[in-house]
Design a protein around this ligand. Structure first.
Ligand code: ADP
Ligand code: MG
Length: 267
């Protein structure tokens, strides 16, 4: 049996609705972004988390990389609780798990040369990869290193985001809508890149998307989020061709049909 990396039990996240701390004391109201999600990710998996906008996908991703703390439930990584890790456990986790963000505008520092952004992402490796090695992995020319984010195309920036995440040689990559800002041909390139990293480097993937067609071609299993709850979870084949929930059927119905009448999977 392959190693269990993530083990999520009954994970929930509520955001306070009132704006100020004082108002919150009176108004205990809160909105639920993620509710009662239980999920296991094993080494070598390629898991898709799908759902429409607002279904809690980004919140779940941020909980999984410990950018936010859950308000209920537990997250374990390789058997270690993420609630109160030791400094050493946290350092180890931050090397093993990396995230690619939805918006490169928000995640790449506009004033830093790409070379510097990449070097700062190496962490504490004994033998960090060279800039050329990292850029080669994502099929970018070395000339990109001397540029600022705004001098690159959207597709190039997204690949820098992926390069930065894989420069630490993580074992698991969480990609939040990695292609949503890109046009169709660039989307295919990024999907192809993720597929290669999964197949050749053995990288475990958690790919978040509102686009079932895109993830259906990349991932082995699919979890469907609806209103913060996981309403369906199974192999990609099961979920795409024999969905159990009406909600999943609606998502699938929105995929353009191929000639055979089956959903036309991207790539
Ligand atoms: P998705 O990525 O699927 O679009 P999100 O996780 O971004 O969904 O959002 C889920 C729900 O949580 C939405 O209703 C959103 O408005 C709410 N939400 C997300 N982030 C915050 C926040 N920082 N404060 C308050 N509410 C939030
Ligand atoms: Mg999102």
């Amino acid at each position: 049996m392959k190693d269990v990396l993530f083990d999520l039990r009954h994970v929930g996240k509520r955001y306070p609705t009132a704006r100020s701390a004082i108002a919150r004391l009176w108004d205990r109201g809160a909105s639920t972004a993620v509710e009662d999600v239980s999920l296991t990710v094993r080494a070598g998996d390629a898991l898709a988390i799908v759902g429409e906008s607002g279904s809690g996908k980004t919140t779940l991703a941020r909980l999984m990389v410990k950018l936010q703390e859950p308000t209920s439930g537990t997250l374990n990584y390789r058997g270690v609780s993420l609630a109160q890790p030791t400094a050493g456990q946290l350092r180890d986790f931050r090397q093993r798990v990396q995230m690619v963000f939805q918006s490169t505008h928000a995640s790449l520092n506009p004033r830093k040369l790409i070379a510097r952004t990449l070097r700062e992402s190496y962490g504490e490796q004994h033998e960090p990869p060279s800039l050329k090695e990292v850029l080669d992995m994502v099929r970018l020319p070395i000339s990109v290193a001397g540029k600022l984010p705004h001098e690159l195309s959207g597709g190039q920036r997204q690949r820098v985001g992926i390069a930065r995440a894989i420069a630490r040689r993580p074992e698991l990559l969480i990609a939040d809508e990695p292609t949503s800002a890109l046009d169709v041909s660039l989307q295919r390139e990024v999907i192809q890149l993720l597929r290669e990293l999964h197949r050749s480097a053995g990288l475990t993937l958690v790919v978040i998307s509102h686009d079932l067609a895109m993830v259906g071609s990349l991932c082995d299993s699919i979890a469907v989020l609806h209103g913060g709850r996981m309403v369906e979870h199974g192999s990609a084949r099961e979920v795409l061709y024999r969905p159990r929930q009406a909600y999943t059927q609606q998502l699938i119905a929105a995929i353009p049909r191929g000639l055979a009448g089956r959903p036309a999977l991207a790539v």
